[in-house]
Design a protein around this ligand. Structure first.
Ligand SMILES: C[S@@+](CC[C@H](N)C(=O)[O-])C[C@H]1O[C@@H](n2cnc3c(N)ncnc32)[C@H](O)[C@@H]1O
Length: 205
């Protein structure tokens, strides 16, 4: 990995993902999380302040050492035990059906094989376990989709493989999840091609 992708991008993501506007979405997506949780694409830990007391442990999955280091201050301020347990959401070193819940926030855009990561989450979740997600992806409106397809190659180059037009709900249902709650909206303050969000809960039957 080059200097830009390895050193610069995680710092840009830390600032972009730390925006105040995202906090309410993080609060909503973390609501109801409990037990042993796996969080893929942990980044620099912006969800940590929103873990509730009923979360007993978090297995963080994050490839970037820089992002993990930037998470330090948030990890020091929480009582929830969080350990960096794996580097790649596409291949998790966990037993089958050992986790109560999973969390993914603005990560399915970046994991090279998002379908493989979702299959892994299904494998490690207990039956009935829930994946809480907020992801940007394919917009509901055709005019916005056109711009997403135009801008996608540039976005991938600038943000280390971030895709603009992944069909989030389709990816979840193709992996065998059942959608239990879903809100689709454009994120306030974000350009529509980058801010077409799906927030919800997907259950592993
Ligand atoms: C846009 S950031 C989101 C970070 C964090 N979830 C948040 O909401 O602040 C995407 C994250 O996915 C991570 N990532 C990239 N490839 C991954 C992979 N194969 N498995 C797990 N995480 C990955 C990146 O390093 C980055 O931290």
């Amino acid at each position: 990995m080059g200097f830009y992708a390895g050193q610069v991008v995680p710092r840009i993501i830390d600032v972009a993902c730390g925006m105040k506007a995202a906090r309410e979405l993080r609060r909503r997506v973390c609501e109801g999380l409990g037990g042993e949780v796996v969080e893929i694409g942990f980044g620099s830990g912006h969800n940590v302040p929103f873990y509730s007391a009923s979360v007993t442990r978090v297995d963080a999955v994050e490839p970037s050492d820089v992002a993990w280091k930037l998470a330090g201050k948030r990890l020091a301020a929480t009582n929830v035990p969080v350990r960096r347990s794996a580097l790649d959401g596409q291949s998790l070193p966990f037993a089958d059906h050992g986790h109560d819940a999973a969390l993914s926030t603005w990560t399915l855009c970046t994991i090279p094989d998002a379908a493989a990561a979702l299959r892994e989450l299904r494998r490690v979740l207990k039956p009935g376990g829930a994946l809480h997600f907020v992801e940007h992806g394919l917009a509901p409106d055709e005019s916005v989709r056109t711009w997403q397809h135009r801008l996608d190659p540039l976005q991938q180059r600038l943000f280390a493989g971030c895709h603009l037009a992944r069909p989030i709900v389709e990816l979840l249902t193709d992996a065998g999840f059942t959608i239990a709650a879903l809100d689709v909206f454009y994120e306030k303050g974000a350009p529509k091609p980058m801010g077409a969000d799906s927030l919800g809960v997907a259950v592993s039957p």
